[in-house]
Structure formats: C-alpha cells, structure tokens
Design a protein around this ligand. Structure first.
Ligand code: COA
Length: 194
C-alpha cells in the first residue's frame, strides 16, 4: 500500500476548484487504533449500514488484499476509504468523509487514492455499488470516470432502494470495448457498501 504519508497540499494532482478550500489534510494507512474513531463516525454517515468495530477488525485483517487509508485534519480523522484488490477487478469497499469536512474535496482525494491503489495492484477495473438516492456520491464517482453498469433492484433495506453498480477502466483503452452479453456484470461486484 502506498498512501502518501506526507501532507497533501491544497491542490493535489487532478484537483478540482473545490479542493482549493480543503484544509491541510494528511493521508495515512489505517490502523487498528483508528477503529474507535471509525465506529463513532459510521452511524451518521451510513445510517442503516454502519460497520461495527468487529467489521473493521475483520477488514483490517484482510490486508494486504484489502487496503484502507484515513484522512486527517489537525490530527482528527475526517475521512477514510478502502479497496479490495483481488485480481482483475478491484472493489471499492467504502469511502466516507465526516460531515463537517464534506464538500471540500476530500472525497475526491480519497477516490484518487483508491484508483491509484487499484492500479498499483494491477487491476483492470474498479467497481462499486452506490445507493440510487445518493446523488453526491454518484457525482463523485462520475467525475472520477465511473459509468453505470447495472442495477440491483431494492438492494438496500429498509426502503427498497436500488443499488447502482458502477465501473471504471483503470487504464486507457485503445480499442472499442465489447461486453460479453452472457456475462452478468453485477455478479462480479462483491458485497460491498460503496
Ligand atoms: C460521498 C462523500 C464521500 C463525498 O465526499 P466529499 O468530500 O463531500 O466530496 P467532494 O467534496 O470531493 O465532492 C465530490 C462531488 O460531490 C459534490 N458534492 C459534495 N457535497 C455536496 C453537497 N452537499 N451537495 C451537492 N453536491 C455535493 C461536489 O459538487 C463534487 O462534485 P463537483 O466536483 O462536480 O463539484 C461524502 O458525501 C460522504 O461521506 N457521504 C456519506 C457516506 C457515503 O455516502 N459514502 C459513499 C457510499 S457509496
């Protein structure tokens, strides 16, 4: 894993204008010491799908296949993201930014980290699931290069909310891509939350 242990400047690579308002932010590898802060943030960010400390322990035990990063501002954990890199297809496991730090570009920085991590692992595609009613996250993903692939109807409960399966190519494609119609792309997305 190669999170930048240094301090992110206000205009990281591929930054948007929004990022110019981001306070100084440091990315570092997640450790078990972060679990208390993570489980405190989860319920307000993922109302019905908050990960418990047990889930976080299991996720961290999944390294090196799983990679997790946290973003800190003034020593406080304000964002995190994780990816599963198990082969050709990498899956975004989660991405989140604490409410007070949202809208400053940190989500975009974390997404760039996920993409870089999946590329470093040699994956060809990066996939994720997102709630159909989560317009902010969808905008983040579209901006990063994800495209809608399929829909899982009524995937999120309660509420019967559809899951959109999104995918991005991690490397430049020089030829027209052809999808194999016999393949159900949603089957290759693992049970992830983001
Ligand atoms: C989704 C999430 C990670 C985005 O993080 P963020 O730091 O706010 O994202 P950014 O500041 O980088 O903004 C990303 C895009 O979302 C848009 N956005 C951010 N906050 C917004 C808001 N409150 N209203 C409308 N759009 C918003 C921005 O306009 C930006 O798009 P742009 O560059 O075209 O302007 C964050 O909202 C979050 O943690 N949400 C709760 C958890 C969650 O839903 N995670 C995703 C699970 S699939």
């Amino acid at each position: 894993m190669t999170p930048s242990d240094g301090t992110l400047k206000k205009t990281p690579p591929e930054s948007s204008l929004r990022e110019s308002s981001m306070p100084e932010t440091t990315l570092r590898e997640m450790t078990w010491r972060d679990i208390a802060a993570l489980t405190a943030l989860e319920p307000e960010l993922f109302a019905h799908d908050a990960w418990s400390d047990r889930t976080w322990w299991a996720e961290l035990a999944g390294r090196p296949r799983r990679s997790y990063v946290v973003g800190e501002q003034s020593g406080t954990l304000v964002g995190y993201a994780g990816v599963d890199c198990g082969g050709e297809v990498a899956d975004v496991m989660t991405i989140a930014v604490a409410r007070p730090a949202q809208g400053q570009g940190l989500g975009t920085v974390l997404m760039h980290w996920l993409i870089a991590e999946a590329r470093r692992a040699g994956a060809e595609h990066l996939m994720l699931e997102v709630r159909a009613d989560n317009a902010v996250a969808q905008r983040l993903y579209s901006n990063a290069g994800f495209a809608n692939l399929s829909v899982r109807r009524k995937y999120y409960q309660p509420g019967d909310v559809d899951a959109l399966i999104m995918r991005m190519h991690l490397w430049d494609m020089t030829e027209d891509e052809t999808e194999d119609p016999s393949e159900d792309p949603s089957e290759s997305a693992s049970e992830v939350r983001a």
